[in-house]
Write a protein that binds this ligand. Structure first.
Ligand code: RIB
Ligand code: CA
Length: 341
């Protein structure tokens, strides 16, 4: 069964104090690109997020750090290198990070992304190698060398980010914002309660959400509305003759999980929404809310407990995504893919 029924209306707040007391993500511009670090576990949607980030003049990618998540660290690291070869950007540094969460073993998602973490079309071979530096140390160096506050863009488990904050505390003041893909106000995906990135390492997520660094949480409530429907995917596949066909193939494979699980004749591009939000903030509606991370629950470990109705009285610690301009997102992504020629 497959359908094109978009999910219902986005989440509506009674008193939408979207601004709240938290600074929003800083904006980038072509003449003053925003320095960003991509921390990822590619992963089909991480790969698209990397391609989107590298295509935009509003962003300056300082480096890419990899983490075990969708697949084991060796595979996510190799995939990041292969995506850079596809993008024609072997100059971008890649640093491998945590192979497992702060506590317990790594649990990957082969049922979603395949054993390799990037099943589907053949990516070009790497044209560069990962640097020897452990990712948190490399991230600290990139941040210190940036010369201005940096935005971190985690799209996998938050282990590297937690290690960066714990092992290199002096960089905290140089991090302007953390714009992450993870969590959910409503249902989970890897469990009924938890979204995968948070579920893999709830202890790391708690460190990040409690860090006091301004944060945007792009969760499943938004990303499950970022669906690229089949006809739109076919347009992307024909957008140029280098990157387009590969992205079309990646999304075709990624769709198979979503067709089986949700009945969608399309696929959400979770991670690319974080990058799109930095490039075009108007695409995603957010609200400043308090988010707690459940680390103990027998059935709810890894859940992001979002105080949507502000019943706890706790001050907001995150801008939480509520809805997305899906058509605008798809247009931005299609233009980015086409820009590679
Ligand atoms: O739950 C979706 C998230 O988990 C995405 O980042 C996907 O790449 C996986 O890491
Ligand atoms: Ca990811």
């Amino acid at each position: 069964m497959s359908g094109t029924a978009a999910p219902g209306p986005g989440i509506v707040l009674v008193d939408d104090q979207a601004a709240g007391t938290l600074p929003p993500p800083p904006g980038g511009a072509p003449d003053r690109p925003l320095p960003v670090v991509l921390d990822c576990d590619p992963g089909h949607d991480d790969a698209v997020a990397i391609l989107l980030a590298l295509s935009r003049p509003e962003l300056r990618v300082l480096g890419i750090s990899t983490v075990g998540g969708n697949a084991v660290l060796e595979r996510t690291t190799e995939t990041a290198l292969r995506v850079l070869a596809l993008a024609g950007r072997p100059d971008v540094e890649v640093a491998a990070g945590a192979a497992h969460p702060l506590e317990g073993p790594l649990r990957t998602a082969p049922h979603v992304h395949g054993e390799s973490g990037i099943e589907g079309p053949e990516l070009p071979p790497p044209e560069s190698a990962a640097i020897a530096e452990f990712a948190p140390a490399a991230m600290a160096r990139w941040i210190e060398a940036a010369g201005e506050p940096v935005v971190l863009v985690p799209t996998g488990p938050l282990t590297n980010i937690a290690l960066l904050l714990e092992e290199h505390p002096s960089v905290r003041e140089r991090i302007a914002h953390i714009c992450l893909m993870g969590g959910s106000i409503t249902e989970g995906n890897i469990t009924p309660a938890a979204e995968f990135n948070i579920w893999v390492d709830p202890e790391a997520a708690e460190i990040v959400f409690d860090s006091g660094i301004p944060l945007t949480m792009i969760g499943l409530d938004v990303t499950h509305r970022s669906i690229v429907w089949e006809p739109e995917r076919e347009v992307m596949a024909r957008a140029g003759d280098r990157v387009g066909p590969v992205v079309g193939g990646l999304l075709a494979f990624f769709q198979s999980f979503h067709e089986r699980t949700y009945g969608w004749a399309g696929t959400p591009i979770h991670d690319a929404v974080t990058v799109a939000h930095l490039v075009a903030p108007e695409l995603v509606r957010t609200a400043a809310l308090d988010v707690r991370i459940e680390t103990q629950g027998r059935f709810t470990r890894g859940r992001t407990v979002v105080d949507l109705r502000r019943v706890t009285g706790r001050p907001p610690n995150a801008h939480v995504g509520l809805d997305i301009d899906r058509a605008g997102f798809v247009a931005l992504l299609t233009e980015a893919i086409r820009s590679y020629g």
